[in-house]
Write a protein that binds this ligand. Structure first.
Ligand code: DQA
Length: 146
C-alpha cells in the first residue's frame, strides 16, 4: 500500500461525538470514501485508527517496512501531546499531511499548538470530513511526482 491514513483517539466515535464540532459523518464513511477515491486513481490505500499512542507509533514504524510513500494523519488529541508520534514520523522519514476536522485555531488555546505541524508538508483544519479528501488528492499528486 502506497498511502496510509491514520486516525487518532476517539475518531472511532465520529458521527455521534459532538456532531456540532465534528459533523455527522462516521469514520467508516470517511474511510470508504477515501478508498473509492484512491481506487479510481489506481492508488492502494490503507486506513488505521487507534486510541493507543503506542499502537499509533507501531503503525507509523510499520509503514516504512511496507514502502508507504505518504501518510495522511489526524492525530486527534495526541496532536497536542505526542512527541513520540512525531519522532516516529521523523524516524521513518515518510512525508505527511496533518488533518483536523474542526478549525482548531478557533477553539480552546490548548488545541492551538501542534507538535506535528512544523514537520508536516501541509496542515488542513476546519474542512470537516472533506479535509481528508483534499489531503488525499494532494498525496496522490505528490506520489505521482516523486
Ligand atoms: C481534532 C482536534 C483535536 O483537538 C481533538 O482532540 C480531536 C479531533 C479534529 O479533527 O478536529 O480529537 O484532531
Amino acid at each position: 500500500h502506497r498511502l496510509l491514513v491514520i486516525h487518532g483517539p476517539n475518531l472511532n466515535l465520529l458521527g455521534r461525538r459532538e456532531p456540532q464540532v465534528y459533523g455527522h459523518t462516521t469514520l467508516a464513511d470517511i474511510d470508504a470514501r477515501l478508498q473509492t477515491l484512491a481506487h479510481t486513481q489506481g492508488v492502494a490505500l490503507s486506513t488505521f485508527q487507534s486510541n493507543h499512542e503506542g499502537a499509533l507509533v507501531d503503525r507509523i514504524q510499520q509503514a516504512a517496512d511496507e514502502g508507504v510513500g505518504f501518510i495522511i494523519i489526524n492525530p486527534a488529541a495526541y496532536t497536542h501531546t505526542s512527541v513520540a508520534m512525531v519522532d516516529a514520523l521523523s524516524g521513518v522519514a515518510i512525508p505527511f499531511v496533518e488533518v483536523h476536522l474542526s478549525n482548531v485555531h478557533g477553539r480552546e488555546s490548548f488545541r492551538q499548538h501542534s507538535y506535528f505541524s512544523a514537520k508536516a508538508r501541509a496542515v488542513l483544519a476546519g474542512f470537516g470530513a472533506r479535509g481528508y479528501e483534499f489531503a488525499l488528492q494532494y498525496a496522490i499528486e505528490q506520489l505521482a511526482a516523486a
